[in-house]
Design a protein around this ligand. Structure first.
Ligand SMILES: NC(=O)c1ccc[n+]([C@@H]2O[C@H](COP(=O)([O-])OP(=O)(O)OC[C@H]3O[C@@H](n4cnc5c(N)ncnc54)[C@H](OP(=O)(O)O)[C@@H]3O)[C@@H](O)[C@H]2O)c1
Length: 250
């Protein structure tokens, strides 16, 4: 797929992997729109990368997803790539019953429902393009779960499954369907909610994920397994029980 002269919407594009994707794609000669909930983060991103368009939007809310789609269709009708990147990650201790489920934002709505609905909103627009793509961000943890983050891992496993089906449904259309499968990346994800205190390795840099994505787009390599995520994907496909035990160290 071409890697320049695309018009691209990145959800959750103001920080982390989303912002690195925005930077890399702008530098490669694309037009990029980013969205996120925090106006301050969007403005900071625009200061660092003035070429991007910004739009505040909470993709976990149905009415906001719909108005984002209408705004993009009316203002950027040439949009041909949607990157579903927005995500949150929470520790959920189910021995406390529902407590951890109801005092935080809804991971299922943000990580999974939003990605499904955004894809469905944009498909009719993308179908009219000569070449288009939907790029979903899952995780190595969608292949081998960490038990302390059961909802996060379940949403990412579902993102992988949904992406496979979507790719098959769209196989005879101009829309290519990619999946980015990152390993641990040094971003804001889960900060303040995970036990990160004395953890030394904070993950690879988000720019590595962005570089791998650009290369994979050029090569039409639809499953973009980055760095250490390769071990998790391979483990899930060869010896899932051992891979689970290795990650969770019983
Ligand atoms: N970091 C890792 O180790 C890692 C590994 C594998 C996969 N991933 C995946 O990579 C993606 C990006 O995460 P990241 O690591 O770059 O973390 P991040 O820096 O926290 O980025 C997540 C972005 O999503 C936005 N977001 C969250 N909820 C949103 C909502 N309801 N509506 C719109 N935007 C929303 C956030 O901005 P606002 O808060 O301002 O909305 C933020 O900009 C996620 O899907 C994550 O699951 C990350």
């Amino acid at each position: 797929m071409k890697t320049k002269e695309n018009t691209i919407l990145i959800t959750g594009g103001a920080t982390g992997i989303g912002f690195s994707l925005a930077e890399t794609l702008v530098n490669a000669g694309n037009s990029v729109i980013i969205c996120g909930r925090r106006e301050g983060k969007l403005k900071q991103a625009k200061d660092k990368l003035p070429q991007v368009q910004i739009k505040a939007c909470d993709v976990s809310m149905q009415h906001e997803r719909e108005s984002l789609f209408n705004w993009v269709r009316d203002n950027f009708n040439d949009l041909n790539i949607l990157i579903n990147n927005a995500g949150i990650q929470r520790m959920v201790n189910l021995t406390k019953g529902t407590q951890d489920l109801f005092n935080v934002e809804n991971e299922i709505e943000t990580n999974l429902v939003a990605l499904i609905h955004m894809s469905a909103y944009f498909i009719p627009l993308l179908l009219k393009k000569k070449e288009a793509a939907i790029i979903n961000v899952s995780s190595g943890l969608g292949f081998v779960p960490i038990a302390a983050m059961p909802v996060y891992c379940a949403t990412k496993a579902a993102v992988h499954s949904f992406t496979q089906s979507l790719r098959y449904q769209l196989r005879d259309t101009p829309i290519k369907v990619f999946e980015i499968i990152p390993p641990m990346v040094d971003t804001e994800l889960g900060k303040g909610t995970t036990e990160e205190g004395d953890q030394e390795f904070r993950g690879i840099q988000p720019s590595e994920v962005a570089r791998a994505t650009l290369t994979a787009m050029a090569d039409n390599e639809y499953e973009i397994v980055v760095g250490e995520a390769k071990g998790l994907v391979m483990g899930a496909r060869t010896d899932p029980e051992q891979a689970f035990q290795n990650l969770n160290r019983w």
